[in-house]
Design a protein around this ligand. Structure first.
Ligand code: 9MR
Length: 348
């Protein structure tokens, strides 16, 4: 009888107690703990000036993240501003800081149409660099940069934004001078320079733009058929709450991982038209959470990187008039609802 009563009390208690907030156990304290729990790297782009000069920025970066990408410091104009004159300080600082803080590194980016050094674009424009010379210069660039960080970079964005929004291959100096094979060449050279790095194709609007998706899928199939060493697909993940959430993203990601690639969300941010309101922050939180869930649920998506973790250092206000607040922490590094929403994501 006593036992029965105890049992009844226990049952009543069990019913009365609120359900635990999360089925997967206690909520992680920070993104680093979440990363371990999800088995997905949690990354951030790094502003090298802030890394060097702002102790609070550095502290939070190193506490929260298990993966980093140099926001600008590894781009061609940063590492070779004059022909043959290399400036590795910023890039080295990111890699060194990562090694000290158990962070993996994404190398960004080897072949792009933006942030090229002036000597290169001018030389191509005035004809002093012809196609043959350009191909040699590209090879040299890839071998030098990838070689320098051999063994220290988990994944490279080998080619960035090579398809236009209309689904055509982008008419960059690479395509127009070297023809479409520059892509295969770039992957092969990168592989030669660091055989263990994962080699990615990275692009924006790839979460939803059908024309871009289809062309990119075809490029990858073609590369695979030619046994070109491509390992990953990067979805940049630049979203804005004034646009509908790209609800088909899980299927899109699946189409790519079905080709045998790993996936990463490489530059996530969710901007809004200012001013900030609690409603907008709630929508933003939902977008961030859905993006991370898409990665986690896919099973082949290994990294979720935000394009800057704090509104103090974000590319958004400088690029979109009247927009901002795109990051998971505010200017004072206080967590926004989006940060908490990320912490609540679990593997199914
Ligand atoms: O965040 C970067 C910003 O500081 C630079 O001024 C800009 C120049 O092109 O590049 C930004 O980063 C871009 C990234 O390298 C590639 N995908 C789009 C990112 C936002 O523009």
């Amino acid at each position: 009888m006593k036992r029965l009563l105890l049992g009844l009390v226990a049952t009543a208690l069990a019913v009365a107690l609120p359900l635990p907030a999360y089925a997967g156990g206690k909520t992680p304290d920070d993104l680093r703990e979440l990363s371990q729990k999800l088995k997905v790297y949690m990354g951030s782009a790094v502003d090298v000036t802030a890394l060097a000069g702002e102790a609070d920025y550095r502290k939070v970066l190193n506490r929260e993240f298990t993966h980093v990408t140099a926001e600008n410091a590894m781009k061609w104009e940063s590492v070779e501003p004059q022909r043959g004159v290399y400036t590795w300080d910023g890039a080295d600082a990111v890699v060194k800081n990562a090694q000290r803080n158990r962070q993996n590194v994404r190398g960004h980016t080897l072949v792009w149409h933006n942030q090229l050094p002036a000597w290169l674009t001018a030389g191509v424009a005035d004809g002093s660099i012809d196609a043959k010379a350009l191909r040699k210069i590209l090879r040299e660039h890839i071998m030098t940069e990838v070689g320098r960080y051999r063994g220290k970079i988990r994944a490279w964005d080998v080619v960035n934004e090579i398809v236009d929004d209309d689904g055509n291959r982008r008419q960059s100096i690479w395509l127009t001078n070297l023809g479409p094979d520059y892509i295969a060449d770039a992957f092969r050279w990168a592989h030669q320079a660091d055989p263990h790095a994962k080699l990615y194709l990275n692009d924006y609007n790839l979460e939803w733009n059908t024309a871009k998706i289809n062309t990119t899928l075809n490029i990858i199939k073609d590369l695979k058929a030619k046994r070109v060493p491509i390992n990953g697909i990067g979805f940049q993940g630049h979203l804005g709450i004034q646009y509908d959430y790209p609800g088909d993203f899980p299927n899109v990601m699946r189409q790519f991982t079905d080709l045998g690639l790993e996936a990463a969300i490489t530059e996530a941010d969710v901007r809004m038209v200012l001013p900030v309101t609690p409603e907008k922050l709630a929508t933003q939180a939902d977008y961030y959470q859905r993006m991370l869930s898409t990665c986690v649920d896919n099973g082949h998506c290994v990294e979720f990187t935000v394009w800057g973790y704090t509104d103090r250092h974000s590319w958004v206000p400088g690029w979109f008039d009247g927009e901002g607040s795109a990051c998971v922490m505010d200017e004072n590094l206080a967590p926004k609802p989006a940060y908490k929403a990320l912490l609540s994501v679990r593997r199914k």
